[in-house]
Design a protein around this ligand. Structure first.
Ligand code: G4P
Length: 525
């Protein structure tokens, strides 16, 4: 690919994640988007996959049982001249860390909100991550086919709770059983929910923003209310501002129903006009790496073992930040300096994966990994060494002792632990003195998934016992004296061999600080 075509190819990419509180409709909307992209032919494919009927992999069983989505996957399709990469994120809060890392790999985010519920806790948390990154955020108020809250109330809450300005691109005309359509302010038309007698879905608006006066809808109180709200917002609401959208200060708001496939296409079409193409990444040295730089670079934001249990494979997901990926190319892994040939690569669709030969900045490529990669690794092809910024790690707050139930099965136990820890599914620590394994997690469900996967993927039954510690604090190895350890502050090593104490509670930490005032403890390494 020469410079110009690389440039053009990159400009076509739109890479985003959909964030939401569980049950707001993320899977349903993803599915509609895939339908538009022609990737799935029937609604229900993703849903079926989610419930485990489609591609039945082990941990999806857990999702089925718990009714949650714990995995993230990547889906790519072409639509209206753009190449779209959707990164799915687990909605359950126990998997926030995974979601957090995925959000580092996207250029914008779509926030799906249940219009009956408004802003829910997980939406808020994920929103804050997007805001911190300064990426554009687009809002979809879902489930309009059900009775929900007043649209003005929803938009107010969005602004107040999340601290972002909102610009409604369209507005519901009625809702629930009384849903008539959308007043599409941005495209100056009314989109009918039920097509009229001529099969017409769109009614153009007059110059003053009203419907032609002889249309029966003008007599409808739902239309009149919507129009009044729109007038109010035009006078007192925010102005549409492209720059503010680009910097994440203003979120365009769309209403619709993912289930009824209403308003989703309007959303997608408009979204694509404002969603950004891949942006410049800044590496740790402060160098700007432009997406159309000729040399390839990227970082690994996710590792997933056993995506296909029949193949026992491990996939490292790379976000390409610059240049072009060519299957078989050599890259340098910055952490080790090792040169690795990327010959086994894959890309994902909703229901299949296939070998990828070429990909460019903005795309996500899955690399079959034999243990070379870690989350946060940077790979690059040029002469200039690149290390992208570290991916955030959550400090665990739950800790358990873990051992194999059957002492004769140590090999599969160790293998399973090593692989799942490398994935970032849980954190691993070892007791400084005994070498016993201790796992750390942010949420209890991470342990449950770990236990389930150890059994199903590695045939290792594990026993986990809570150790009653909650706070992890690192200590400078130079300052460490092993006698500082006691029953209230367990001394362990992390995977990099760095020492840390696990404290029972804040009281125990304060007690330690009182006793050793010169020792500096840090929350994160
Ligand atoms: P999630 O991925 O965000 O967790 O949500 P998901 O799409 O799985 O949707 C959660 C539930 O909400 C599903 O119902 C789904 O059918 C429903 N839903 C999604 N969008 C809409 C919408 O626009 N209108 C209405 N009325 N419902 C919607 P479920 O009963 O939990 O699952 P299922 O029985 O449909 O599989």
């Amino acid at each position: 690919m020469n410079e110009t075509t690389l440039d053009q190819a990159v400009a076509k990419r739109r890479t985003f994640a959909i964030i939401s509180h569980p049950d707001a409709g993320k899977t349903t909307i993803t599915e509609q988007l895939l339908l538009f992209g022609g990737v799935v032919r029937e609604a229900g494919t993703v849903k079926a996959r989610k419930s485990g009927n489609y591609a039945k992999s082990d941990w999806m069983e857990i999702e089925k049982k718990r009714g949650i989505s714990v995995t993230s996957s990547v889906m790519q399709f072409d639509y209206q001249g753009k190449r779209i990469n959707i990164l799915d994120t687990p909605g359950h809060e126990d998997f926030s860390e995974d979601t957090y890392r995925t959000l580092m790999a996207v250029d914008s985010a779509v926030m799906v909100i249940d219009s009956a519920k408004g802003i829910e806790p997980q939406t808020k948390k994920l929103f804050q991550i997007c805001k911190m990154r300064g990426i554009p955020i687009f809002t979809f108020m879902n489930k309009l086919d059900r009775d929900g809250r007043e649209p003005l109330d929803l938009v107010n809450e969005l602004e107040e709770v999340l601290g972002i300005d909102a610009y409604p691109m369209n507005w519901p005309i009625g809702m629930g059983k009384g849903l008539q359509g959308l007043y599409d302010r941005y495209n100056q038309r009314v989109v009918l929910y039920h097509k009229d007698a001529q099969g017409n879905q769109y009614l153009p608006l007059e110059e003053d923003g009203t419907l032609a006066s002889d249309h029966p809808l003008t007599e409808d109180s739902a239309y009149q209310d919507a129009y009044a709200d729109m007038e109010l917002l035009s006078e007192a609401g925010n102005q549409f501002d492209k720059e503010k959208i680009a910097s994440g200060e203003l979120t365009p708001v769309f209403f619709g129903s993912a289930l009824a496939n209403f308003g989703v296409k309007t959303f997608l079409d408009t979204y694509l006009q404002y969603a950004p193409a891949p942006a410049v990444h800044v590496d740790q040295a402060g160098e700007e790496i432009a997406p159309d730089d000729a040399e390839f670079s990227g970082f690994i934001f996710k590792i997933q073992a056993n995506m296909n249990p029949n193949h026992r494979d491990r996939i490292a997901f790379v976000r390409i930040c610059s240049g072009e990926f060519d299957r078989g190319m050599d890259v340098t892994l910055n952490r080790t300096g090792k040169v690795i040939r990327l010959s086994n690569s894959t890309q994902f669709m909703a229901d299949a994966r296939h070998t990828v030969e070429k990909a460019v900045a903005g795309d996500i490529v899955g690399l079959y990994d034999t243990g070379n990669f870690q989350i946060g690794d940077t790979i690059y092809a040029g002469k200039q060494a690149i290390q992208f910024e570290k991916l955030p790690q959550f400090t665990p707050e739950l800790f358990v002792h873990v051992r194999a139930k059957n002492v004769m099965k140590q090999k599969s136990f160790h293998k399973g632990i090593q692989q799942l820890v490398q994935e970032g599914a849980v954190q691993l620590y070892t007791n400084y003195n005994t070498g016993d394994y201790i796992l750390g997690a942010v949420g209890q469900l991470q342990f449950e998934v770990f236990q389930f996967r150890m059994l199903n993927e590695y045939h290792s039954e594990v026993v986990m016992e809570p150790i009653g510690k909650k706070i992890a604090r690192w200590i400078d190895p130079e300052q460490l004296d092993e006698r500082m350890s006691s029953s209230r502050n367990l001394l362990v090593k992390d995977r990099a061999g760095q020492p840390l104490f696990l404290f029972e509670n804040e009281f125990a930490e304060r007690w330690f600080k009182g006793k050793y005032p010169d020792i500096e403890l840090t929350a994160k390494l």
